[in-house]
Design a protein around this ligand. Sequence first.
Ligand SMILES: C[S@@+](CC[C@H](N)C(=O)[O-])C[C@H]1O[C@@H](n2cnc3c(N)ncnc32)[C@H](O)[C@@H]1O
Length: 289
Amino acid sequence: MSEKGDGLLLRRLEDDGLYTSRIKEHSLRKIELHNAYVSLFSRAMKKKWPQRAYLGLYSGPGRGRLADTGEIVTTTALAAVQVSDPFTKYIFVDNDPRCIEALEARIQALDPDCDVSCIEEDVSEAVPEIMKVMPSYSKDRRLLSFCFADPFSAQLDFDVFRTLGSKYRMDFLVLLMLGRDVRTNFRRYFQDENDNRIARLIDDENWRAEWIAREHRRSNLIRFMLEKFNEAMTRIGYQRQRPDDAHPIRLLEKKNVLLYYLVLYSRNDLGRKFWNVARSGIDDQLSLL
Ligand SMILES: C[S@@+](CC[C@H](N)C(=O)[O-])C[C@H]1O[C@@H](n2cnc3c(N)ncnc32)[C@H](O)[C@@H]1O
């Protein structure tokens, strides 16, 4: 492999002529936190697990161009490929053919031997295809997986986590678009009984009744959503997260405007340990920016 990132955010890259998505400054914090976690995870698990799979849902093309400055940076998918202790298998899913084509070309250029499958499909339809390309495992060829789900909105189907989480030993880092989408559009999602976006995200068709019964006010909506997602993950066997474990990403210019939360779910205590180390690390780095 020609370039190593290992937890770092690679910046000021030359334009490689391939499709590059437009990203905002605040995405850098998401990428840094993802990279820090993946670097810790991949380093620590290399000796313990003969097979390690990385699954990037809503992967993007691997590079982004900052909207304000035009600077080109490596985004999460390529950062995961560039860790010092690579995963033994990579799977990426995105429904935009430009992203898939560019990501495949970039990975090929970095590491022609990388075992990677890029799936051009809607994430909620892609689980059968993901399961086809996931490595098979046995007692002697044990498999540990990590999945990063990074959607643009709260349209995220909990069944994806349920199906993958019950078949595989898989940790999940999930972006919950609670500020920009859920809070902004809540009135519509609540009033339109045919809208199932929130029900699918928190795996509860009867959420409206609970919301009314709890007499939640607008200011408690985010807590309600985090609790409901936490309950859903706990039901499928993941460790309950403390409210403080959810990592908020806010607008840089207006620190009080919530965009989304990043939440980490594991079945093992090490998951939370790595998450806390990753968070404290990027907080230190960010204070230097
Ligand atoms: C927030 S961006 C991903 C950013 C990327 N993970 C990164 O690190 O920069 C969301 C991506 O999801 C893709 N996308 C949107 N809706 C999708 C869907 N329903 N299924 C699969 N991909 C989708 C978009 O093409 C876009 O590349």
